[in-house]
Design a protein around this ligand. Structure first.
Ligand code: ADP
Ligand code: DP6
Ligand code: CO
Length: 331
């Protein structure tokens, strides 16, 4: 049995957001969500199960992590150990090619990569759908990173049927320009932010109702390859999610002044006849959904307000894959 595996998973940005759990233990969401997997941002994770290890070890970007982070990994690996009926401990080495905890979905690529690697290293042979239910229990957004292109996370009825479904490969001139306003780790994690919103924001029930309609509309727009409609629904959905946070107690917001500069820049581009639409997650960074063929033009407009290093153009990414020996050699 191979006890070692290395897997790459790409991050994904939700166009219809997941923002709130109906079951916190099992990571069951209040509504279905839909995302675009990104090519440029990803996590590579190696897992080695070894009978000589007295406990799990976790290294992120070459640094051994403390007890809290390692416990998170251990709890997640317990799901795989239970499935395999083994007590073997593991060494986990992960490299983020995405800023950690900055609202660029590191938790999505992280837990999809870890799930993929643990599955292979233990020889579990879980199919992608089942694997997505495992990834979900590390971080909700990781459910969707198993697949490439546009992916729906069906909210399901229970832990076994709340999984990701590939919708479309997004190979019809779809791209994203990321405006990395601030890559520092956020103060309020996604997990804490959504919990506070669910528990205290009077806007929350309206958000859930609205998101349920948005997911139907966006799937129709994707089926029709209607980019304008896709963008309009995306931008409106993200704004509604951020609105719920202003209604929370205490209120909070992930926006920074430069987030607004980026939003206004996209609006100005639209006035000039270049369709592009913004979405934001639990962080100040702005993601601009656009035609891939217009991404360079859009980037040029953003260069008037942001430096080159803050602007990342990406095409749609693919689903998880095992890394080859050569790719693995960097570890
Ligand atoms: P983000 O916007 O980056 O997804 P979150 O608050 O949702 O921010 O999640 C960040 C957390 O995800 C980190 O604090 C860490 O616990 C976990 N994480 C990020 N990258 C990795 C990784 N490569 N391996 C394991 N866990 C990770
Ligand atoms: C705003 O998946 O990071 O990015 O499930 O608690 O780990 P946990 O949270 P996470 O939340 C993502 C929130 C979001 C929207 C989205 O990705 O759908
Ligand atoms: Co996250």
């Amino acid at each position: 049995m191979p006890n070692k595996a290395c897997v790459r998973a790409h991050t994904n940005i939700a166009l219809i957001k997941y923002w709130g759990k109906r079951d916190e233990t099992n990571f069951l969401p209040m509504n279905s969500s839909l995302s675009l997997t990104l090519d440029k941002l990803y996590t590579d994770t190696m897992v080695v199960f070894d009978e000589a290890l007295p406990q799990d070890f976790f290294y992120l970007n070459g640094e051994q992590q403390g007890e809290k982070e390692t416990q998170k990994i251990s709890k997640f690996l317990d799901l795989f150990r239970a499935e395999k009926k083994t007590a073997l401990r593991a060494r986990v080495e992960s490299i983020n090619h995405v800023p950690t905890a900055a609202g660029l979905a590191s938790s999505a690529s992280a837990f999809a990569a870890l799930a993929g690697a643990a599955n292979l290293a233990l020889g579990l042979d879980l199919d992608p759908q089942r694997l997505s239910t495992f990834a979900r229990r590390g971080s909700g957004s990781a459910t969707r990173s198993i697949y490439g292109g546009f992916v729906e996370w069906d909210m399901g009825t229970c832990s076994d049927d709340s999984f990701a479904v590939p919708v479309d490969d997004a190979g019809w001139d779809i791209g994203m320009v990321i405006v990395a306003v601030n890559q520092k780790a956020k103060e309020v994690s996604s997990r804490i932010g959504m919990k506070r919103t669910v528990e205290t924001s009077p806007f929350y029930p309206a958000w859930v109702e609205s998101a349920k309609k948005d997911i139907l509309d966006i799937k129709a727009a994707i089926a029709a390859k209607d980019f304008i409609r896709l963008g309009e629904i995306t931008e409106a959905n993200g704004m509604k999610m951020h609105g719920t946070m202003l209604g929370a107690e205490p209120p909070f917001s992930y926006w920074e002044p430069d987030s607004i500069v980026a939003i206004k820049t996209a609006q100005a581009l639209r006035k000039q006849g270049i369709p592009c639409y913004v979405t934001m997650d639990a962080g100040p960074n702005v993601k601009v959904l656009c035609r891939l063929s217009q991404a360079e033009t859009i980037k040029a407009a953003f260069l008037e307000h942001f430096t080159e290093d803050k602007l990342i153009i990406t095409k749609p990414g693919k689903g998880i894959r095992e890394l080859t020996e050569a790719e693995r050699a960097v570890y």
